[in-house]
Every structure is written in C-alpha cells, then in structure tokens.
Design a protein around this ligand. Structure first.
Ligand code: AMP
Ligand code: GLY
Length: 435
C-alpha cells in the first residue's frame, strides 16, 4: 500500500491527485492545504487544513499517516524547505529540496546556473540591490528591458518595457518600489518571440520530457493586461507547437537536461521532481525566460490529462532514481485548458461570491474556492479551469469553451486561448520575427 500526501489544493493539485487515484497500484491519498478543495477531498482518505508554511505540522502529519511519499504542488513549500524536512525523517518527495528549488525562487540563481551550462540561452542581464546605474543599464539595452523582482511573485513580479513600463521613469519607479520593500531585482534584455513551456520529470539524473505547452500569461484577450499565474494553455496532438521546428524542441530538452545536471554539480543535491523550463523562440534562437521547480498551473492539466503511463509508478521511479528504465508515454491528443477567474483579477479580484459548476465533471478542475456549508465561494485567485481534450486543436478548443462557459459566477475567461485565429497569428508573428 502506497500512502501519497499531496500538498496544495489548486487545480494543478486536482490534476495530480486525480491522476494518482487512477493508478492501478494499491494506494491511499491524503492532502494538506490551507483550503478544502472538494474535488480533492472526494479522492482522499484524509485531508488536513493547514497553512503551507507550517512545515513541522506537515511533517508531523506525514509521519502520523505513514506517508510513503509527498507530492508537493506549489512553489512556496519547496522554497521553505518542506522537502528537506521530510527527508530528515525519511519521507521522500516528488519535489526538489530548497537548495535546488532555488532555480525558481531566485531568478538570479537560475541565470547563474544557465550561464555555467548553456550560456547562449541567457539574455543580457544585470542584478541590482539598489537603483544605482539602473538608468545606465536600461540605456545600454536600448530601452528594451524587463524588470524582474527576484523573489517568488506568483508570475506577477515581471514588468516589461513598452507594455507595463512606458518610460524609463516608470521603470525607475518600479525598481525603487522593489528596493523600498527590501527586495532585489534583475534587469534583462527584452526578448521578442513566442513562448513555450517544456516540463520534464526528473529523478536527479534522468529527464523524461513532456509535450510542449503554450501558456497565456496576460490577463486579457489579445495578450494585453497585467501578467497572471496563467489564463490558459494548449498543446498539440504531436506534442510540439506549430511555430517550432524539431530542433527547437530538442534544444529545449537538452537545456532542461543540462540544467538538471548543473544543479547537481553546483549544489551536490539532485533535482528530484518536475523541472519546468519556460522558453522563448527568438530570432537569435531558443532562450530561457525562467525556470520553475514544479508543475505549471495550468500546464499540469494539459499533460497529465493525456499521460498514458501509470502516474503512481512514474512518481515511484522519480523518487527511486529509476526513471531511465521507464517508458513515459502520452496520448496523441490536442488539449486546451482555460481558467475562469473573478472579475477584477489579478489586480483587484472580487471574492466570496457563489460559484456554480458540476464538481463531478472530470474535465473541471477547481482552484481558488472556499466551502461554506454546501456552497462553493470564489477565493479571489483563479477560480476553476476546464480542459478540452480531442483529436485536434479546433475540437479541443470547442470542448473547452463549452465547459468553461458553464462555470457560473462573477467570472471571466480568455475566449481566444487555443483558437485557430490566435494560434495562426502567433505562427505568422514568429515567421516575421525569424525573417
Ligand atoms: P517570469 O515570471 O519570469 O515567467 O515572467 C513572466 C512573463 O514575463 C513571461 O512569461 C514573459 O512573457 C515575460 N518575460 C520574462 N522575461 C522576459 C524577457 N527577458 N524578455 C521578454 N519577456 C519576458
Ligand atoms: N503557468 C505558469 C506557471 O505555472 O508558472
């Protein structure tokens, strides 16, 4: 009997818990999270509500429930060292220790690791702890720059010139704000191209790659508005994207492999978990935008919903260091996933209103919700995701749109995610950029 503890209660963790529960192996599921997600609750033998920074409480719970391994969904507990504390009492995790989870929690560390193993994938950049010489560096970059708060910001700490920062003064103001809050930041060259995500299962030595997914970080249709945790994602049945050549995919795969190796070399700690490379294809080739130390959300829904290999066996191979002997297979289906989010998201989201949906629908993934008696209330962050999974992208988008529309409440979603119109415009844009 394998007792699996899932940490977190968002849509990504629904995807993880659901896939583990579908395994042929004998298992029991447990969950610890600040809120009760009714879809996860229905799959669990036991569920503890706890803030995820209470590391000792979570470790105590894992010992009490004789947990075989822990699957850590979100980034914060990885950065706090939950995996380190679990390892001290002999409980393994799918999720890296904090010394290597830094690939996500520090953008400066990530850039240093890439410099050591695959330098060409880095944009020009400089680290700052004060606003001294900020203007000089912005001018050196020709005014095309990105400012990144160097901490865990839930995808919301990045501001881009020409989009969020309309003048050097505005850039300087954002830099000042970060410094005044005690933070540090990076200024990077603004890369121009199409983004794609490549996630790899990683046991410390071997990486097994997942299908490529494209996320939509901007809040509103037409890729405008503030950055979010991700409004929607799609993947193609051939596991690549129409604007990528085979070699671009191979390069991204190679980079994930090099980064996993370099992390071990630099820290002596193997990266065990999900390594998520965020890439951009530019006129100068494939570049790294960021690394995450966990499944993407919503990307987890795209890949796990088409994973053919038994997921619990795969998790056991990740913690057992035997991934090289595992045949990891995905169905040849296209997927489109869209988030319904509260009005005002991400800057001033409404919350506490009633959300209506069929929680038994296997294509629905509840995220930021609160249970109030029998009622489901919006928690304020992304509310629920819906996935369409079909032979081709057009049908997958249609199925997704039909499902996401049915989620009721003071919500909105991006209708353009996964549509032919948007994908074709991206392919055309990429052709223009590549010349
Ligand atoms: P991150 O939190 O690093 O993923 O950044 C959020 C979003 O900002 C990315 O998905 C990109 O759209 C954008 N971004 C980050 N870094 C750069 C860069 N160097 N050039 C252009 N866009 C970037
Ligand atoms: N969807 C992007 C992320 O999970 O960081």
């Amino acid at each position: 009997m394998t007792n699996v503890l899932v940490v977190g209660s968002g849509a990504r963790e629904v995807a993880i818990a659901r896939k583990i529960s579908q395994s042929n192996l004998e298992k029991s599921l447990f969950c610890v999270a600040p809120d009760i997600n009714p879809q996860i609750l229905n799959l669990c033998k036991d569920y503890m509500t706890s803030s995820l920074d209470r590391v000792d409480e979570i470790v105590g719970y894992a010992l009490l429930k004789k947990i075989s391994f822990v699957f850590v969904g979100p980034e914060n507990p990885l950065a706090f060292g939950l995996v380190n504390k679990l390892a001290e009492v002999g409980i393994p995790s799918v999720g890296p220790k904090k010394e290597v989870a830094m690939i996500e929690s520090s953008k400066a560390f990530a850039r240093t690791i890439i410099d050591s193993c695959d330098k060409d994938k880095n944009p020009q950049r400089k680290e700052f702890t004060s606003t001294d010489s900020v203007v000089d560096f912005i001018e050196e970059l020709g005014g095309n720059y990105v400012i990144k708060n160097d901490g865990l910001m839930g995808g919301k700490g990045v501001k881009i010139s020409g989009e969020h920062l309309m003048s050097i003064d505005e850039g300087l103001r954002y830099a000042t704000e970060i410094v005044e809050n005690g933070g540090s930041f990076l200024i990077e060259e603004k890369l121009v191209g199409e983004e794609f995500s490549l996630m790899s299962f990683c046991d410390g030595l071997t990486c097994k790659h997942m299908p490529i997914v494209q996320d939509h970080k901007r809040a509103f249709e037409g890729d405008v508005g503030p950055n979010t945790g991700g409004m929607g994602t799609y993947s193609f049945s051939d596991h690549t994207l129409p604007f990528l050549e085979k070699n671009d995919v191979l390069e991204a795969q190679k980079t994930n492999e090099l980064v996993a190796k370099e992390l071990f070399k630099k820290t002596g700690t193997p990266f065990v978990g999900i390594l998520y490379g965020g890439f951009m294809l530019t006129k100068n080739g494939v570049k790294v935008i960021e690394y995450n130390a966990r499944f993407g959300d919503p990307e987890a829904m795209n890949v796990l919903s088409i994973l053919k290999t038994d997921f619990l066996s795969l998790c056991l191979a990740i913690i057992g260091g035997s991934l090289s002997g595992m045949d990891v297979k995905f169905e040849n289906l296209s997927t489109v996933c869209k988030y319904a989010v509260p009005s005002g998201y991400p800057d001033s989201p409404k919350k506490g209103f009633l959300v209506g949906c069929d929680i038994t629908d296997e294509n629905l993934y509840l995220a930021s919700v609160k249970l109030d008696g029998g009622a489901l209330l919006a928690g304020g962050s992304r509310t629920a995701a819906y996935i369409g999974k079909e032979k081709n992208i057009v049908e997958a988008e249609r199925a997704c749109e039909a499902g996401v529309k049915k989620i009721s409440g003071d919500l909105f979603h991006r209708k353009d995610v996964g549509t032919n119109a948007l994908i074709n415009s991206r392919v055309k844009r990429m052709k223009r950029i590549l010349g």
